[in-house]
Structures are given as C-alpha cells and as structure tokens.
Write a protein that binds this ligand. Structure first.
Ligand code: PGA
Length: 268
C-alpha cells in the first residue's frame, strides 16, 4: 500500500484526478469504479474541471458504482444514482449507457446482483476503483462482519452508517435499512484501488485499516492483501497513524508521482 498524506482533501483530489486522467490517456476505454458520499465530491469536481478545461474525454469510459440503497428508485433525491448524476455524470461526456449502479428497485435482487457481477466481468474488469471509508471501516456498504470474500449482494446497514448518511435525506428515518453493494471480493479484483479519506472522524477507521490486523471488523483492512492500493489522506484522517514519517518519506522519494507532477501540465 502506498499512503499519501496531503494538507487537505482538495490537494488529494488533484492528485487522484491526475492519476485517473493519466490512466485515461493511456487507456481511453478505462473501466472506472466509483463511490458516493462526501469524500469523492472534490475528486469529481476536479474531473469535471479537467473535462471542461483540458478536454478530458470520458466517451469510451465505463463506470460501475459500488452500491445503491434498496427500495428507492433512481429519481429519489437520496439515491446514489441521483447523487452520481448531479455530482459527476451530468457534467461530463460519459455515455449514459456506460454508467452502472445497482438497481434499488430490482424485482429479483439476487439475479440482479449476479447480473451486476457479470456486467463487470464482461467489461473486462475494473481498472481503477475509487473508495471512501466509513467511520466503521466499511468500503462500499460492506459493514463490519462482512465476509472478506463477499460478492455483490444485499446488506443491512448499521445504525451508525444510517446516522452518518442521514444528511442526504429529508428525515433520518427515511434512510433505507438495506442496500445492494459490491462485495469485498468484488472490490479486491479491481486492478488498482484508490482509497480516499478526509477528516478526524475517519482517523480511527483509517489507522485500523492500514496498520491494524486484517479483519472483517474493519472491512477496509482487506486492502492490505490488494497488490496495488494507494491511499490518499488529509492531515486529520492520518492523525492516528503510527508510521506517518515513513509514509511521507516514501512519497517524497516516489519516482512515479514526481514524474506525474512534471507530465501533468497542472499544478498538483
Ligand atoms: P463519506 O462516506 O464520504 O460521506 O464520509 C464514506 C463511506 O461511507 O464510504
């Protein structure tokens, strides 16, 4: 794992956007795994800016989102489909047929989950998966105790997650109790994982995921077994890491990022 600590979330977003833009230049039909929540919003702003100002071309890109609430439709203001439209899809030239989220109203949920996995496989697999982390260590909606080998399926949300996400709903009681989420096994098959976290609220989950044992009690800790995960933290989210000085040293010496900074043409 490479752990990259930046002064703030905006700075992390610039680096991650540069990383994704470089991958899109090399592979215009990139398959991107996307996430919802507050964390990726600055990244989506950067991608939109690059699309508008630099012509970053999403026309051949395919996107798969991690999760969706069960029981609400794509037009519900709290749905993740709606979130993605408003925060990203409506502002870039990603073909609507290339955007995929689980369907919260699927009549046969199990068949739908199998189909979602099949669609990911048919696309050639996810090249780059963007991930946030819950304050309880969840990735996607894989709550603590999720099997580390899990596939796309329904999950029951913890009361903590429902509280954390209540801000996206008019009334906290409206937050659905169930969801469909890619499994941890699904996420682990992505070629590259980019985990983003910002704020003190995430510091404990981040420290557990990166420096604690691999455990279903902190689902993000499974990424310790992933061969190419890069973690982007702001100062507050990095606040409980023991090996902070080492991570900074590695990043400062990293040839890849130094080259990307020179190549990119934007101030990163
Ligand atoms: P957040 O959620 O970005 O809104 O903090 C992250 C998550 O739950 O994965």
């Amino acid at each position: 794992m490479e752990i990259i600590i930046q002064p703030d979330a905006a700075q992390s977003a610039r680096l991650v956007a540069a990383f994704i833009a470089r991958a899109m230049r090399r592979k215009p039909d990139l398959v991107l795994g996307l996430a919802t929540g507050s964390t990726p919003v600055p990244l989506y702003r950067e991608l939109i800016r690059r699309h508008r100002e630099d012509g970053l071309d999403f026309s051949r890109v395919t996107a798969f989102n991690l999760d969706e609430y069960l029981g609400i439709g794509p037009d519900h203001p709290g749905s993740y489909r709606r979130f993605m439209q408003v925060q990203l899809f409506d502002h870039i030239n990603l073909s609507p047929g290339h955007t995929h989220l689980p369907d919260g109203l699927a009549p046969d949920v199990e068949a739908h989950c199998r189909h979602y996995e099949a669609q990911i496989r048919a696309s050639g697999g996810i090249d780059i998966q963007v991930l946030g982390i819950g304050s309880d260590g969840h990735i996607g909606f894989n709550e603590p105790s999720s099997s580390l080998a899990s596939r796309t399926r329904t999950k029951t949300l913890t009361s903590r997650t429902r509280r954390d996400n209540a801000r996206f709903f008019e009334n906290p009681a409206d937050v659905p109790v169930e969801c469909i989420t890619m499994g941890i096994g699904t996420i682990m098959e992505s070629r590259i994982c980019l985990l983003l976290a910002a704020g003190e609220r995430k510091a404990e989950a981040v420290a557990g995921a990166l420096e604690g044992p691999i455990t279903a009690m902190n689902p993000a800790s499974a990424l310790q077994l992933h061969p190419d995960t890069r973690v982007f933290l702001d100062e507050a989210a990095a606040g409980k890491l023991k090996m902070r000085a080492y991570y900074d040293e590695v990043f400062a010496r990293d040839v890849f990022w130094n080259k990307l900074r020179q190549e990119d043409g934007r101030t990163l």
